[in-house]
Design a protein. Structure first.
Lengths: 282, 284, 394
């Protein structure tokens, strides 16, 4: 039973002020920045000219990295889903008393620096490293083929780095499934595969939805993997935005691109959640 | 049981363990490379074994400085974000107020927004407010606190929601004033959640790159340092720091687990059969 | 409607009447016009209650009747919408729970998981800054036979043990009134039975006023000196268990405590202390002091164990109250007794319990029988009340 009175508001206010000041208001600044006259600069100042053409130019110039980002993030999310589901399923159903330990192991790699472990991938996927040599031996790669500086490396890096964001929500959802429901399915003549598809999978959908969202969204905006493991051909929209800010000093373009990225993500998420929501009801 | 059958029965578990192994390979590399003596700064591969990196961790100029900066920012962020977030969690779970769904949305959004967008908007704000030239420690701190609050709220809220408020009613029934109820009942029970949230906030802050990169000015944190040297040649001491982070975190987590298990084991006795108290013996 | 509790058997044989801790204030608990309204319904509708000091008092009723809300208002965990609560002469209606000399044993026990048993029990004493905490706690742990578990945590104890800790934690503070919110609900049958006896014993030993909230009528009747039956926010009837059982005043009370037969009847005359009723053509009589209606019609109530069953024409020990024409429609032999359902000429099935004394024959389905009962056991209830009110559905 919740308490009434003003105390609730008092407790909320400090945090809310911080979030409003430094999360909500910055969005307005971002949108405003995206409408500045691109002919200004950080030093000289920008003029607000409601320059909607910034958006047009941003799309014209950078639609490729934009699309590429969604493609890479989508593929990475898919791989994370497959790998993550296997892992979450194994922990939930087969781990017994090692459950907690295995969960710790899932997030353990993330106790070290994101950048440092991505550098490790540079080593793993190096031109004369074990993986490349094996793939060349198996003729999957040509004799002078590489993995670094290819989309494969970038997607592999993304998949690796965002796996826990997929595993934890999946696990939370799968763990809650009542085992008796699966037994009931078996009792009603479902083979293990059918049982999985008709009972386990639908019941784990909430976890699938949150896991995919928590993976896809940050992955779409990431640029570390692309920078360290890829080449300029694999530039993602994150790289572009970063460069527009720091190297080109073109704040309005950077702002416009950020807003576009955010808008697309919001639309995709709404569409996805609504669709996944109705599927859940079915 | 034949080998094939064994594989089939345990297929899922084997696959799971394989995936787990896959996540650890890069860590193993980090640890390995911390003992590496590179032939060339530019080519990142294992050439020779050495303890040098561990003995001279601060050999490369700027790295220890960056680590110190990250720790400073991390500690301050942890303190502020944990306080702000814990207060909000209490409000959400224990108090009635209007605008609950908007509040929940506002808390959820930072966790779901791509870092590049958050970083960009903060930069836009700072520039618009005239701080474009003074980006640094302060702006980094502001940014980190901002995105840590949500995680603290979610963590503490989960812990608090799991704690029935009947306990607080019982305390009041037993003559505890509201202040006594809070410090003697509520706080001790919520504390593990607050502690977990603080650790989470620290690691989020320490390891943040994208948002920090946009708002750092000339200040360097550890992730920024690594980014900087990635092009010029990475000193192996970076892997020393990576290994240390890993070892310390694992130690904290496993230590906490071990402490919990030891405590329950020490006090556990077979729970006595529920014996009805003897009814016949009269009391004098 | 003001109800005053019967004095009952509040003082025990040892003469340790009155609460051990209260300094002579024992004038008990008084609720006057106590009301609790929530946003969309009223839980407690202006009830009046007097609980004498030292009594074992039960608040009995189905879930949702308002008994727990009433208890919480006495504890201070719920604020009344209107009305007053007076304890030992003091108005405590709006006093904070930590300022009332009242303690509660919660349904879920609410033991503090981070404190061991000793500290749990000591909690109230420490808040009140009592001096001989150790001694009092140890004595109390001995009373509930948990001295050996003093240093364990609540999660390491069984349900019954936790329940005793909750009791000890409340009792050690010697409150004016001890409130128990369905404390035995989570225990299995055997344990519940023995705890009922144990609680009663402790109450008579310690001499405190206990208010026990329950939906289990057997429990209430076993333990309490006085029962108040609540339904939909009002008190239907209050009194000693026997009085409520033998002479219920409403159909709800009649059905809620045990089982009853309710037969429609028209009142044909009132002469002196007898009321004549025409029950589907059969004339029966009811004592005037067991008639609780003024109207021209009523429900004739008779408990199944009071109904005598016999072959047609067999003379039964019930002068003037023979009801012929019954046909046995169901027989349930339960060892101790046999339950008969007998279909009467007007279509109603009456319930008859016959104790298995071995001297009577066992009737079979289809047998033609006569029923009768001694008129002094019958009661008469208001015809406008629902005949199924309070009936427990299994």
């Amino acid at each position: 039973m919740r308490k009434h009175g003003k105390v609730g508001y008092l407790l909320l206010i400090p945090g809310m002020i911080w979030l409003i000041l430094f999360f909500v208001i910055p969005f307005y600044s971002l949108v405003a920045t995206s409408l500045y006259d691109p002919n200004g600069s950080v030093f000289a100042g920008y003029e607000m000219t409601w320059e909607f053409s910034n958006y047009v130019h941003a799309l014209e110039d950078y639609w490729q990295p934009l699309l590429r980002s969604f493609l890479y993030a989508g593929l990475a999310t898919l791989f994370c889903l497959v790998l993550g589901y296997v892992l979450a399923y194994a922990i939930a159903f087969k781990a017994g008393r090692w459950k907690n330990l295995m969960l710790v192991l899932v997030i353990a790699p993330f106790f070290t620096s994101f950048l440092v472990r991505t550098l490790s991938w540079k080593l793993i996927l190096a031109d004369d490293g074990l993986i490349v040599n094996t793939l060349q031996f198996l003729h999957i790669l040509s004799q002078d083929g590489r993995l670094l500086a290819t989309p494969v490396a970038v997607i592999a890096g993304l998949t690796y780095n965002f796996l826990p964001f997929m595993v934890l929500p999946l696990f939370a959802s799968i763990d809650k499934i009542d085992h008796r429901l699966i037994e009931a399915g078996g009792d009603l003549y479902a083979s293990p595969f059918v049982g999985f598809w008709k009972v386990t999978w639908p019941l784990s959908l909430p976890g699938v939805v949150s896991g995919t969202l928590l993976t896809f969204i940050p992955a779409a905006g990431d640029y570390i993997n692309a920078e360290l493991l890829g080449s300029p051909q694999q530039r993602m929209v994150g790289n572009v935005i970063q460069n527009l800010f720091t190297d080109a000093n073109n704040y309005p373009a950077a702002g416009a691109l950020s807003v576009i990225l955010m808008a697309i993500i919001v639309v995709m998420v709404l569409f996805y959640v609504r669709r996944a929501g109705t599927e859940e009801l079915l | 049981m034949s080998a094939l059958r064994w594989v089939r029965t345990n297929l899922v578990l084997i696959l799971g363990l394989l995936v787990l192994a896959y996540t650890f390979v890069p860590i193993a590399i980090v640890i390995l490379m911390s003992f590496n003596e590179p032939d060339s700064r530019l080519i990142y591969k294992f050439d020779g074994f050495t303890l040098d990196n561990w003995l001279n961790p601060c050999a490369d100029p700027g790295m220890c400085e960056a680590v110190a900066r990250s720790i400073e920012i991390g500690l301050l962020t942890t303190v502020v974000a944990t306080i702000l977030g814990t207060l909000m969690a209490f409000a959400l779970v224990r108090y009635e107020f209007s605008g609950r769904s908007s509040t929940n949305l506002l808390i959820f959004l930072p966790m779901a927004t791509p870092e590049i967008v958050m970083g960009s908007s903060l930069l836009a704000l700072f520039v618009a407010a005239g701080f474009g030239g003074s980006l640094g420690f302060g702006t980094i701190l502001i940014a980190h606190i901002m995105f840590c609050i949500s995680f603290v709220v979610v963590t503490v809220r989960a812990r608090l929601a799991g704690m029935s408020d009947t306990l607080e009613q019982a305390a009041a029934d037993l003559y505890a004033t509201p202040s006594q109820t809070f410090w003697r009942v509520t706080f001790p029970l919520v504390f593990p959640g607050i502690l977990g949230a603080a650790l989470l906030a620290f690691s989020l802050s320490f390891d943040d790159f994208i948002v920090t990169n946009l708002n750092a000015g000339t200040t360097t944190t550890f992730p920024l340092y690594v980014w900087g040297v990635a092009q010029r040649g990475v000193p192996m001491q970076v892997n020393v720091v990576g290994t240390l982070m890993f070892v310390i975190s694992i130690a904290i987590v496993l230590g906490g687990e071990a402490r919990n298990r030891a405590r329950t084991r020490a006090l556990r006795e077979p729970a006595a059969m529920d014996m009805p108290p003897p009814v016949t013996a009269p009391r004098s | 409607m003001s109800q005053v509790a019967d004095p009952g058997n509040a003082t025990d044989a040892d003469g340790a009447a009155g609460s051990a801790g209260s300094s002579g204030g024992g004038s008990g608990l008084e609720l006057r016009a106590l009301t609790k309204e929530f946003a969309n319904f009223t839980a407690v509708k202006s009830i009046d209650l007097d609980v004498p000091a030292g009594a074992f008092f039960a608040l009995l009723g189905p879930s949702g009747c308002g008994k727990t809300t009433t208890l919480r208002m006495v504890a201070g965990l719920e604020t009344p919408t209107s009305g007053t609560i007076t304890l030992a002469g003091q108005d405590i209606t709006f006093a904070k729970p930590y300022r009332r000399p009242v303690n509660t044993v919660f349904q879920s026990y609410a033991l503090f998981p981070h404190l061991d048993i000793f500290e749990n029990v000591a909690f109230g004493l420490r808040r009140r800054k009592k001096s001989d905490v150790d001694q009092q706690v140890n004595e109390m742990l001995e009373l509930v036979e948990l001295s050996s578990q003093a240093r364990k945590k609540p999660t390491q104890l069984s349900g019954g043990q936790q329940q005793r800790v909750a009791l000890a934690r409340a009792l050690v503070n010697h409150p004016e009134v001890l409130l128990l919110d369905e404390p035995l609900g989570a225990l299995d049958l055997k344990l519940r039975r023995s705890m009922q006896v144990e609680l009663k014993r402790i109450q008579t030993d310690v001499g405190l006023t206990f208010i026990h909230v329950t939906h289990d009528q057997e429990e209430a009747m076993t333990m309490a000196d006085t029962i108040a039956v609540m339904n939909a926010g009002v008190i239907e009837q209050m009194g000693a268990p026997e009085e409520l059982y033998e002479n219920p005043r409403t159909t709800f009370v009649a059905n809620f405590l045990g089982q009853t037969n309710l037969i429609e009847g028209k009142i044909t005359g009132r002469s002196g202390d007898q009321i004549a009723v025409d029950m589907h053509g059969i004339g029966v009589s009811v004592n005037a002091n067991r008639a609780h209606t003024d109207g021209g019609e009523g429900w004739v109530g008779i408990r199944p164990e009071k109904v005598l069953i016999g072959d047609e024409g067999e003379s039964l020990d019930a002068p003037g109250n023979t009801i012929p024409g019954g046909v046995v429609s169901d027989v349930s032999f339960t060892g101790v007794s046999t339950t008969y359902l007998v279909r009467m000429p007007w279509g109603q099935e009456l319930v008859v319990f016959e104790q298995n004394t071995g001297r009577r024959k066992l009737f079979r389905t289809g047998d033609k029988v006569e029923l009768s009962w001694r008129p002094e056991y019958a009661f008469l209830l208001d015809r406008s009340q629902d005949a199924s009110a309070g009936a427990q559905t299994n």
